[in-house]
Design a binder for this molecule. Structure first.
Ligand SMILES: Nc1nc2c(ncn2[C@@H]2O[C@H](COP(=O)(O)OP(=O)(O)OP(=O)(O)O)[C@@H](O)[C@H]2O)c(=O)[nH]1
Ligand SMILES: [Mg+2]
Length: 235
């Protein structure tokens, strides 16, 4: 098996739907899931590149593994549940710091999942901008609707906080509106759009990583003070 050319990592609190999103995209279905233990990855061939997509565990007890999975990542998908405001706050409090090990050019996507639960009208609908089979289990019955707790503007505000944290200039990175998605792993809404937008965006990051050569090792004998990188960690 060829070594992956680039890595994308899904991060977020338990139960937000990371595994379901990945299975919806890779296997075109919405199976029952069990809470992830550790992490797992899929390989996706995109154009002539091999991209690994890593699913991580949101459970607190596996938290320490997150930064290991993020090492060298070309993109990180920070996932929350639109019906659970706390899950967005957790991204800032618990997960953003894990991305310090990602590539200096790492891209960030903010994904609010489970929009089907708060959509108006009967059934899941959800084909707009999406492609999934939809309506699975919807059957025209009016499912109870949850009040949506997180609005797209909240995700955009979080994206801007990330840029600040990473000391990135808004003009040098993709616009917030391009990188914030609302998805449903259940209906498939925006799932292809999310992954395929990211694949296209990570190709230049992969080329950049190749041009820079293999990851640098730290020379601990060097007396030079560490320099601050764009990702906010020491090189
Ligand atoms: N209605 C609805 N339910 C979803 C959606 N995505 C996931 N779920 C459900 O939410 C629960 C958790 O989904 P997972 O994909 O296992 O969540 P996770 O983020 O991988 O959780 P951890 O592995 O514990 O970190 C499961 O019961 C899923 O069926 C969605 O888009 N809509
Ligand atoms: Mg999971």
């Amino acid at each position: 098996m060829r070594k992956p050319d680039g890595k994308i990592v899904l991060l977020g609190d338990m139960n937000v739907g990371k595994t379901s999103l990945l299975q919806r995209y890779m296997e075109r279905r919405f199976p029952d899931t069990v809470s992830t233990v550790g992490g797992a990855f899929y390989l996706k061939q995109w154009r002539s590149y091999n991209i690994s997509i890593w699913d991580t565990a949101g459970r607190e007890q596996f938290h320490g593994l997150g930064s290991m999975y993020c090492r060298g990542a070309a993109a990180v998908i920070l996932t929350y549940d639109v019906n659970n405001a706390q899950s967005l706050l957790e991204l800032e409090d618990r997960f953003l710091g894990l991305t310090d090990t990602a590539s200096a050019d790492c891209l960030f996507a903010i994904v609010g999942n489970k929009v089907d639960l708060s959509e108006e009208g009967p059934g899941e609908g959800g084909q707009e901008g999406g492609q999934g089979p939809g309506l699975a289990g919807g059957g025209g019955c009016a499912a109870p609707r949850l009040p949506k707790q997180v609005q797209p503007e909240d995700a955009v505000a979080f994206y801007k906080k990330i840029l600040k944290y990473k000391m990135l200039d808004e003009k040098e990175v993709p616009a917030a509106e391009q990188m914030c998605f609302e998805t449903s792993a259940k209906t498939g809404r925006n799932v292809d759009l999310l992954f395929e937008t990211l694949f296209d965006m990570v190709v230049p990051v992969i080329l950049q990583q190749r041009a820079q050569g293999p990851p640098q090792t730290v020379d601990i004998t060097s007396s030079r003070p560490p320099t601050r990188t764009r990702s906010g960690c020491c090189a």
